[in-house]
Design a protein around this ligand. Structure first.
Ligand code: SF4
Length: 307
């Protein structure tokens, strides 16, 4: 098995002493060329997880191990010491790119920060524009003059310049039309084939199906299901995952969850207020992740009794 590049060990994030957990006991290991998809609604903890993995946010508990080094909450200092092996692609391409800089300046900047000569950095930046499907004719334009798809490619090109071992992507196709999104997905797949490891977060399971080898389903910071992507999509073991799959276009849009969002109780299943399969024990204790088939786990009493 490939050596693990990035590990999350029992990550927890809690705001305030009595606040509910934004992230609760998130754990995974990512090897070279592997793509992990993290799915869930807004508020599920996906972006908080990415911020912890990038070292920008110090978790309340747990550790982030990158290339064997503990970088928990280390921020830019930790990344610099390791040569910037992790880069993040944010959802908001406007705020990711300085509006006053030209596209080529933005793309070459990570190499200049690393101390490379400008001429060499520029050559590499032009090559990266071609590699990411961005016409070099756009080099002197400013971000506001680009289309949404071109801006996303510019963000990806900039992120790839330091040759990161790991790319973290947050809803990277959310603002793109279907054909532009397809081009970005193809690019991410080819990066993966070349050995880049990916963590891709999205509410869109159909996007993750096309990229991710493994999938984690988050709800209110908790992992409800994890396993191989094809296994989870074909044999979901958690009612919440079933509801996400049913909501995909073409699946009929069956409503499998209640819409009311009553506050959860600390000792009961987090999905209890919305779950149509709830039973008495779901009120009394909180289900933990347990294996339903080899390499596939779910946190639900209903799936426990079926496995
Ligand atoms: S543990 Fe109970 S409430 Fe929670 S998802 Fe399973 S059946 Fe529903």
């Amino acid at each position: 098995m490939d050596k693990e590049i990035l590990q999350a060990e029992h990550l927890g994030v809690r705001y305030g002493r009595k606040g509910s957990a934004a992230l609760d006991d998130l754990s995974f290991a990512l090897s070279r060329g592997m793509a992990l998809g993290i799915a869930g609604e807004s508020g599920s903890g996906k972006t908080t997880a990415l911020r912890c993995l990038a070292g920008f946010q110090k978790p309340s508990s747990g550790r982030v191990i990158l290339q064997g080094v503990d970088i928990t909450g280390g921020g830019w200092k930790a990344m610099k010491a390791l040569g910037y092996p992790v880069q993040m692609i944010r959802q908001d391409t406007y705020s990711s790119l300085d509006p006053l800089s030209s596209v080529i300046s933005l793309i070459e900047e990570p190499l200049l920060i690393k101390g490379k000569e400008r001429k060499e950095a520029r050559m590499e930046a032009l090559g990266m524009m071609e590699r990411t499907g961005l016409s070099t004719a756009l080099a002197s334009r400013h971000p506001m003059e680009l289309s949404a798809g071109e801006r996303q490619r510019a963000v990806i090109a900039r992120a790839l310049m330091p040759h990161p071992a790991v790319l973290l992507a947050d809803e990277m196709t959310a603002s793109l039309d279907a054909s532009t999104a397809s081009g970005i997905i193809s690019l991410m797949r080819s990066l993966k084939d070349e050995g880049t490891s990916l963590v891709v977060v999205s509410h869109d399971l159909s996007l993750l199906e096309r990229i991710a080898d493994r999938l984690m389903i988050l709800y209110r910071g908790k992992t409800l299901e994890e396993g191989r992507t094809d296994e989870i999509l074909q044999h979901p073991a958690h009612p919440y995952t079933e509801a996400l799959i049913a909501a995909l276009p073409g699946n009929g849009g069956r409503m499998l969850l209640r819409t009311d969002r009553m506050p959860e109780r600390s000792q009961s299943c987090p999905l209890l207020p919305r779950c149509m399969e709830a039973r008495a024990e779901c009120r009394k204790r909180r289900p933990v992740l347990s294996e339903v088939s080899p390499g596939h786990s779910a946190a639900c009493f209903a799936s426990e009794s079926e496995s």
